[in-house]
Design a binder for this molecule. Structure first.
Ligand code: DX5
Ligand code: ZN
Length: 254
């Protein structure tokens, strides 16, 4: 079978005390630390390219300012969290597995910095890696990280099959159980069908679930076949986070 990995999401921790929060979670039994790397998206990529193209018909200054604004906005989720410098700082305080979830439109740009910073896992989104995933996975491995692919609730599971079966396969699939962006959202049970299908097809694959997991939702996720469990608000918001971690583990291990 596949081993249970309980991964508290540090997004719900006190960012000003990240090292001690990480150590606290590890001492309470966490296997991994889940790190959410997000930047902000306003438009889809084709829309932005169209705007950039259109802007080239205006004056030079219009063009320059358009491109500046667009490059700032060319991202994936409505939130900003942490980046490689924070991973690098945290790495100095712990040898733990840093399970990095990149909610960005340009994951290739982050492979080098995240590798240097000491990330352990590098999970990118399939929605933004349709063409270059082979190169991406190869580079992630070359930097000594473990490649994973994530998908949003609305993305069909078939989209990750080629990445699991490719010449350079990903080693984990992260099935998002909320829309990416924020901690503390409600678990979407309709995403469990994807986990079931995936587990049936790949008995030994690491399948991670992320969003709204806690004591009241873990059983449905565990019985669907998830073995890597991300939990932010349910762990950090509990009066006894250690009890939540062991409850999650128990549910996955049966
Ligand atoms: C959401 C992030 C999650 C988030 C989960 O975009 O990917 O990792 O921190 O938080 P909870 O467990 O509170 O839903
Ligand atoms: Zn995440």
């Amino acid at each position: 079978g596949v081993a249970a990995k309980i991964a508290p999401s540090m997004l719900s921790s006190d960012f000003a005390n990240l090292a001690s929060e990480a150590k606290r979670m590890l001492s309470l039994g966490a296997d991994w630390l889940h790190m959410d790397i997000m930047v902000w998206l306003l438009f889809s990529y084709p829309v932005m390219l169209a705007i950039e193209f259109a802007s080239s018909y205006f004056s030079v200054w219009n063009c320059v300012s358009f491109i500046l604004i667009i490059s700032i906005l060319r991202h994936f989720v409505p939130n900003l969290t942490i980046g490689a410098p924070v991973i690098e700082s945290l790495r100095k305080h712990t040898t733990a597995y840093l399970d990095c979830h990149l909610m960005v439109t340009n994951p290739l740009d982050y492979v080098d910095p995240m590798g240097k910073a000491g990330a352990s896992g590098f999970t990118f989104h399939v929605e933004v890696s349709k063409e270059n995933w082979q190169e991406l996975v190869q580079k992630i491995k070359a930097k000594g990280m473990r490649p994973g692919v994530a998908l949003k609730p609305g993305t069909p599971i078939e989209e990750v099959y080629p990445l699991v079966e490719g010449e350079y396969p990903v080693e984990m699939v992260l099935v998002m159980t909320v829309e990416p962006g924020f901690g503390g959202q409600k678990f979407m049970p309709e995403t469990m069908e994807k986990v079931r299908v995936l587990r049936k097809k790949y008995p030994s694959l690491d399948i991670e679930v992320d969003g709204g997991l806690g004591p009241s939702t873990i059983d449905v996720a565990a019985s669907a076949g998830a073995n890597c469990i991300v939990a932010g608000s349910s762990v950090f918001g509990a009066s006894e986070p250690g009890q939540v971690i062991s409850l999650l583990r128990k549910s996955v291990q049966g």
